[in-house]
Write a protein that binds this ligand. Structure first.
Ligand code: SAH
Length: 245
């Protein structure tokens, strides 16, 4: 089958990496959703680990057809776009997995955040730089902060480009995440996202140029600080005095 670059089709060919992903996921007896099934290497390994169900979301009809041929009663293949798919239609406490297509990772991560009430945890392979941002190992942008508001995320390992066919230009990284069950996370996602995107519009600008001094003082943040230097806790404090919650 000809692989489509535009759909981010870089297939994993390392048994060791696939094994690591499924063992970190611990899908036994649970409802699993795989995003971007491709030719089904990861899909087959997931099925071996005894999930209660496995739903694969795959946009490419040729791949979806091929995945159907695995023919396992626990497997359901949905030909759909993961950036707009409502995960909560699959189950209430989902375990997510996937070697994500790099061109649409941001849309998929945003989708996972929006659907967080029905997502428990997961393991994703992403572009290394993105994986570092999502786990707070590198300066995050608004999406990294948005993600870490709802999920704890750890960077598991880097995966060199030679473990994929065709070889991507960049290295990859594996991230494990689990939902925070903390009180006080922003419940109005649209409003919180707007706050974050505007906060990060010019991340190096001093905050006193963006917010009234009084508001910053109330949040206990110096006006000379910049958005990119703030911790998640400080951002949440600022959001709360700004009128969120
Ligand atoms: N899991 C496989 C394939 C990973 S490549 C493996 O590890 O080998 C990424 C896959 O995501 C491709 O099969 C591609 O067709 C699919 N994909 C790309 N964009 C998508 C989208 N918006 N929604 C769902 N799947 C998508």
């Amino acid at each position: 089958m000809r692989l489509k670059k535009g759909l981010g089709q870089h297939l994993l060919i390392s048994g060791g990496v696939v094994e690591k992903i499924v063992s970190e996921l611990e899908p036994e007896g649970l409802d699993v959703v795989e995003i971007g099934g491709g030719t089904g290497y990861l899909t087959r390994e997931l099925l071996k680990k005894g999930p209660r169900s496995l739903t694969v979301i795959e946009i490419d009809p040729r791949m979806a057809e091929r995945l159907q041929t695995i023919g396992d009663p626990r497997l359901r293949v949905l030909e759909a776009d993961a950036t707009s798919f409502d995960l909560c239609t699959v189950g209430e406490s989902l375990i997510l997995c996937g070697n994500l297509p790099y061109n649409v990772w941001a849309g998929i991560i945003e989708r996972v955040i929006i659907c967080h009430p029905c997502v428990e945890r997961g393991v994703f392979m992403l572009q290394k730089e993105t994986a570092l941002k999502l786990t707070g190992k590198e300066k995050p942008g608004w999406l990294g902060i948005f993600f870490r508001t709802y999920f704890d995320a750890v960077y598991l390992m880097s995966v060199p480009a030679r473990f994929f066919v065709p070889k991507p230009k960049v290295s990859s990284g594996v991230v494990r995440f689990s939902k925070k069950h903390a009180e006080g996370v922003p419940s109005e996602l649209k409003k919180y996202k707007e706050f974050l995107t505007s906060l990060f519009t010019s991340p190096r600008k001093m905050l006193r140029k963006k917010f009234p001094q009084e508001l910053l003082a109330q949040a206990g943040i110096e006006g000379t600080r910049r958005a990119e230097e703030l911790s998640l806790e400080e951002i949440l404090r600022l959001y709360n005095v700004y009128g969120g919650a």
